[in-house]
Design a protein around this ligand. Structure first.
Ligand code: AMP
Ligand code: MG
Length: 418
């Protein structure tokens, strides 16, 4: 076979990015175990149930302002009004009161508005003389009262399964009475970097050696509250050792992510080893730049994603394909990052053929506010320093070889990616 590997035949097809992603998502089934956790421990996790409000929100009629509750029916005709202050109601009070008829009730934000009162005056609109209030604008019935259930009624859906419980989700769960929630169990992910040349950044480099950047890139990318990460560090290009580590990872993990060793060189062992341990490879090559060699497949319930060794290729293939497979596997309903429109600050020339995700920097804005992009280099798959200077990836369609200055182009901002 062309790449010297006895891999599953269909996997040898050179897939487009879209086809590879569709295939990747189709084999990434959400983990089937869930656990019920107290809300404070569920923060950052992936919700595994639809959630409905257990209460009306608000739960009772309450004041939206600090001021005075009145009955509009008590007011005579005219433009100047005066009422005695007959009682007081603060947040946390039960709503019971003994304010006589024809009196106002001193009230504070969040306090219950007893049913007999039908409007709240802002204190800024009243003057207080002794124990009476005066005001000159007739309030509308209902004014500054937050009515029971006006935000949400008991039983209304608040969240869908598959969302990450971030600040906003945690707040709505708490406000609607969910002290415990069902979440997907943490995704067990194992990572390792293949390559005999790799050393850790605090070591002294010998001849032919380089620092392992992919390990730290993956540690950062996979630093999620819904991931239980096992980091096997660097593994040299020794087939026996690689095979043992890969096999063990497949037995204990939901997802295995490696870098390097997936191309066609003599030291690229991963496709063959994955096959040897009983793995079924779905994709071997994707028509994308950077990152043509990226493989993924499954063994039992475990997913394997083999990223290329070049750091920029590893980063981009992870963002464009691997991260979405991982998200699906973790139970997240999220699919694609939203791209935006941008324009080129300079002409772009390249070889057509593969869809390209080129690191770019935002250089300014055009008159309509669209970001203007400058490409930092045409050749960059190993140049990891470029990534740190870039703001995102310009998406160049496969068939395009030349784009003029000012051309509109799809842009993926790094801060919208995983
Ligand atoms: P490979 O895909 O294993 O052929 O590696 C392609 C290129 O990426 C080679 O120049 C490797 O030295 C380099 N490379 C592989 N893994 C890493 C890593 N973890 N960190 C930095 N560079 C790497
Ligand atoms: Mg290698």
């Amino acid at each position: 076979m062309a790449d010297g590997c006895d891999c599953d035949r269909n996997a040898l097809i050179y897939q487009t990015v879209d086809a590879a992603l569709t295939l990747g998502l189709s084999i990434a089934h959400p983990v089937d175990n869930t656990e019920s956790l107290p809300l404070q421990q569920a923060i950052g996790r992936v919700l595994a149930e639809e959630c409905y409000s257990k209460v009306d929100m608000p739960a009772f009629d309450n004041s939206a302002m600090d001021g005075y509750a009145i009955r509009t029916g008590d007011l005579d005709e005219g433009t100047e009004f005066e009422l005695p202050i007959g009682g007081r109601m603060a947040a946390g009070d039960s709503g019971m009161h003994n304010a006589p008829l024809d009196s106002a009730l001193r009230i504070f934000t969040g306090a219950p508005v007893p049913t007999e009162f039908d409007a709240v005056l802002m204190q800024e609109d009243c003057s207080v003389i002794a124990d009476r209030i005066r005001f000159s604008r007739r309030p509308k019935p209902g004014q500054h009262i937050r009515r029971t259930g006006e935000d949400l009624q008991v039983g209304a859906q608040i969240l869908s399964r598959g969302c990450e419980i971030t600040a906003r989700e945690a707040a709505v769960l708490a406000s609607s009475g969910h002290g415990r929630v069902k979440v997907y169990r943490k995704l067990r992910v194992t990572i390792f970097s293949t390559g005999s040349e790799l050393r850790e950044p605090d070591e002294v480099l010998g001849p032919g050696q380089i620092y392992n950047s992919n390990r730290y890139m993956l540690l950062a990318l996979l630093n999620k509250p819904w991931i239980d990460l096992t980091d096997c560090g660097q593994i040299e290009d020794a087939p026996k050792l690689l095979k043992r580590v890969l096999e063990e990872a497949c037995e204990t993990s939901d997802l295995i992510v490696t870098t390097g060793g997936v191309s066609v060189g003599d030291e690229d062992h991963m496709p063959r080893l994955f096959k040897e341990i009983g793995g079924e490879t779905d994709v071997m090559k994707v028509a994308m730049k950077p990152g043509k060699p990226i493989m993924f497949g499954r063994r039992g319930d475990a997913l394997y994603v083999g990223l290329p060794g070049n750091p920029v290729s590893a980063y981009v293939t992870w963002q464009i394909i691997g991260s979405h497979m991982m998200a699906r596997k973790a139970g997240l309903s999220h699919t694609q990052p939203e791209s935006e429109q941008a324009v080129l600050a300079e002409p772009l020339q390249r070889h057509a053929g593969r869809q390209e995700f080129r690191p770019v920097r935002i250089e300014g804005k055009s008159s309509d506010g669209t970001p203007q992009l400058r490409c930092l280099a045409a050749s960059y798959s190993g140049r990891v320093a470029l990534l740190a200077q870039s703001d995102g990836l310009a998406v160049i369609p496969a068939e395009i070889a030349h784009l003029p200055k000012g051309h509109r182009i799809e842009f993926l901002r790094f801060n919208r990616l995983f």
